[in-house]
Design a protein around this ligand. Sequence first.
Ligand code: PMP
Length: 406
Amino acid sequence: MMDLQAIRSDFPILADPEYIYFDNAATSQRPRQVLEAVEQFYKTTNANPLRGLYEWSIGATEAYENAREKVAAFIGAKGPTEIVFTRNATESINLVAYSWGLANVQEGDEIVVSVMEHHSNILPWQMVCKKTGAKLIFLECDKFGKIPEQEYTDKIGPKTKLVAITMVSNVFGIQNPIADIAKLAHANGALLMVDGAQAAPHTKVDVKALGADFFAFSGHKMLAPFGIGGLYAREELLDKMPPFLTGGEMIEYVTRQDATYAELPHKFEAGTVNAAGAVGLAAAIDYLNEIGFDFIEEQEKKITRILYEGMKDQKYITLFGSENPDEHSGIVTFNIEGCHPHDVSSVLDSEKVCVRAGHHCAQPLLQHLGVNATARASVYFYNTEQEAERFLESLSHVRSWLGYAD
Ligand code: PMP
């Protein structure tokens, strides 16, 4: 049995009990184990990795490559050659779009995304379609956030070149049936790009079992520093893909007019890499492995149930997504009648409660739902039942703060 107070004491920013941090889908907090690993790297091992032939640089290279192995094991890749370090999920998806997409997609092809995608899994495919003449097709979802099976079977077909879909929605928290979609995509000769930004922090990911060809994630949503993320891609695919960015360290040999490229995965990592970020990510993975996804999922469900049950019968509150709180991956998106979500967030902020308000970088989804903005509370395993209760109490003050009599 995990000791929640002991877990919380690992997070320096959570020391002030006045604050309730319910914006974990935007970015998580960091435990001291991660902060210390980064500090230790800079204090003892810092040098430009992959370049120097002296002890510190070799140490920095080892730390960086060990982190890659840790990431590979964490998400079930075959090995480190299938992991490219990037800044974040956005960069990972762009890498696939610019490299694989522009080289493989042609006029007449279709790229299938869902209406619940984050902009970072829509705009890169808009770009590929505009440049190649391919068509961007949207899978629609119902008001509970579920994509009906018929949508997949109707829209994924022989013209489909790629299905790009999120594993967990950042608005509904719903988990899409990735393994089934993979089978359908592959049966039609298409590849599957999974946006794992909201999945990797909350549930055990096994890219091979899922059947993902590409899987993107961000470190900052799973306890790691900003500026480090990753892309998993099957080695056969990476091998054939042209580089995305070019420059130092991604080469084998350069002449005046031409160049050959480095082995995988370095072909995709141009310029000085974020070794300290990778070290922090490795420490974050150690931390998550120690806590375990059984505890993480149970704790998130416990808190989400309190939030959902406490909000669902409130006269002025509209909740989005599944009616089963266990299908929310810790995300509760809502509106309060008569109150702009920005005002809701500001009133909550006055009581030191942090939530997100706005379009959540999912404007096509909000258009589909017929709203301009929503508020969103999102929890992580270090949030407590008391915080959930206090959040509900603060929420009950919002309408009166904004001048309503009831
Ligand atoms: N996809 C999803 C589902 C997300 O929630 C986010 C972050 N909000 C992203 C992609 C983009 O992540 P990042 O900004 O770290 O690249």
